[in-house]
Design a protein around this ligand. Structure first.
Ligand SMILES: Cc1cc2nc3c(=O)[nH]c(=O)nc-3n(C[C@H](O)[C@H](O)[C@H](O)COP(=O)(O)OP(=O)(O)OC[C@H]3O[C@@H](n4cnc5c(N)ncnc54)[C@H](O)[C@@H]3O)c2cc1C
Length: 376
């Protein structure tokens, strides 16, 4: 049996017998406030069984898992209908950043509570004027005798309302990449206000975060001053590890769409053609993902930009097909009707983790060798 198959059957066996915390479901990369309790308990179980933070080194409780093993784990969790981890930012962003750039004290105090689910982290990067162009971050951290004073605003901060810590990108120097530094921010500090944003589907996964005169200790700095850009880009793209496993949910959605349309007498030629196209898109995603994973491509690499574009456009097409299948029922049903929810959530997919336009720029420049985008 290949390592992949042996690993898969080990996970599958464990997933079959692992008790599910009450209310646990596959909520995606970030829990809603209602999902925090079940997600945290699930992470504890994953940690106890040795399945938390698979990619971390063994001396930090991980398994030093390959990209293929991590992707297989994500897919098996999707098949079992459970999240692959409590949340994305702690295990996939903050953890690896602290291991690469953090002080010994930061590593010793902050890593284990991420692994066990005790701490939820959020990513304080995007701002109203800094999304795709992250280097134009304006939140400022000014050095004082006692550490740093931070002032500014972040937005789209997933999980901030429940987070114990934030990974902050702030300006400590002049304009551009070189003027940025990264910090660990305890989210209960005075001067931090978290305001949840309500999404189209009624959930509140992300937030606005206001930082007004927030005092950070000198130990909050990650690495050295001016190293923020290296920290910010170190782990970009790790959320793309789950792109292949999205195929599981998409195939299930296509079955639901076909059933919904049939029961309403709406399975006409147009919908059948759409379902077939989407089905082809899912298999294109599946095989491109398998190839990238087999080649050991890192999730930040251009192959995963291809996957991000295929996955998110197919996801959106399936969202629209769901509405076509429901017909007028789609306009009058509750927001928690799964096909309506899927259509609403689909719109965020081409924005989060690097927009489709940015992925196409990367592909044009790095794979096709086209001229670089003109800078504004
Ligand atoms: C569900 C979700 C969760 C998120 N979670 C977090 C989080 O936890 N923490 C966090 O910091 N951020 C988070 N974000 C923010 C996300 O990183 C940004 O939305 C994303 O980087 C895009 O930035 P923007 O929204 O400012 O859009 P902009 O960068 O202003 O882009 C606007 C439009 O212009 C296009 N565009 C921009 N630059 C170019 C270019 N050079 N070439 C061609 N087209 C271009 C974009 O593709 C887009 O269509 C989240 C976003 C979503 C949707």
């Amino acid at each position: 049996m290949s390592t992949d198959l042996a690993f898969r059957s080990e996970i599958r066996e464990w997933l079959v017998q692992a008790p599910r915390p009450a209310g646990l479901h596959d909520y995606g990369p970030t829990p809603t406030p209602d999902d925090v309790q079940a997600g945290r308990a699930w992470q504890r179980q994953l940690a106890d069984a040795g399945y938390a933070c698979l990619h971390w080194p063994r001396d930090r409780g991980g398994r030093q898992a390959t990209v293929a093993e991590q992707a297989a784990f994500a897919e098996e969790c999707a098949l079992a209908g459970v999240p692959r981890q409590f949340h994305l930012v702690g295990p996939d962003l903050a953890g690896p950043v602290l291991m690469a750039y953090g002080s010994a004290d930061q590593r010793d105090t902050l890593l284990e509570p991420i692994r066990t689910g005790e701490h939820l982290w959020c990513q304080l990067f995007s701002e109203p004027g800094a999304g795709s162009d992250l280097a134009s971050v304006r939140t400022r951290a000014v050095p004082t005798d006692d550490g740093w004073v931070v002032d500014g605003q972040k937005v789209w901060t997933s999980g901030a309302a429940d987070a114990q810590y934030g990974l902050l990108l702030a300006r400590t120097g002049g304009p551009g990449h070189g003027g940025l530094s990264a910090f660990v921010v305890p989210m209960n500090l005075d001067g931090i206000t978290v305001r949840p944003l309500v999404q189209m589907n009624g959930e509140s996964k992300f937030n606005e975060v206001f930082l007004d005169g927030v005092l950070l200790s000198p130990e909050a700095l990650i690495g050295v001053e001016g190293q923020g850009w290296a920290v910010a880009t170190a782990t970009l793209g790790r959320e793309r590890l789950s792109l292949g496993s999205n195929a599981v949910g998409m195939l299930k959605a296509l079955e639901e769409i076909t059933a919904a349309a049939r029961s309403r007498g709406r399975l006409g030629d147009h919908l059948k053609a759409g379902v077939t196209d989407a089905w082809l898109g899912v298999w294109l995603l599946r095989s491109t993902w398998e190839r990238a994973v087999a080649e050991g491509t890192e999730p930040g690499g251009p192959a995963f930009s291809v996957l991000k574009v295929i996955s998110t456009t197919t996801y959106q097409a399936i969202g629209d097909l769901g509405m076509e299948a429901l017909g007028l029922d789609g306009l009058t049903s509750e927001l928690d009707e799964p096909l309506v929810d899927r259509m609403l959530v689909a719109h965020a997919q081409t924005i989060l983790g690097g927009t489709s336009e940015i992925q196409r720029n990367i592909l044009g420049e790095r794979i096709l060798g086209l001229p670089r985008e003109p800078k504004p």
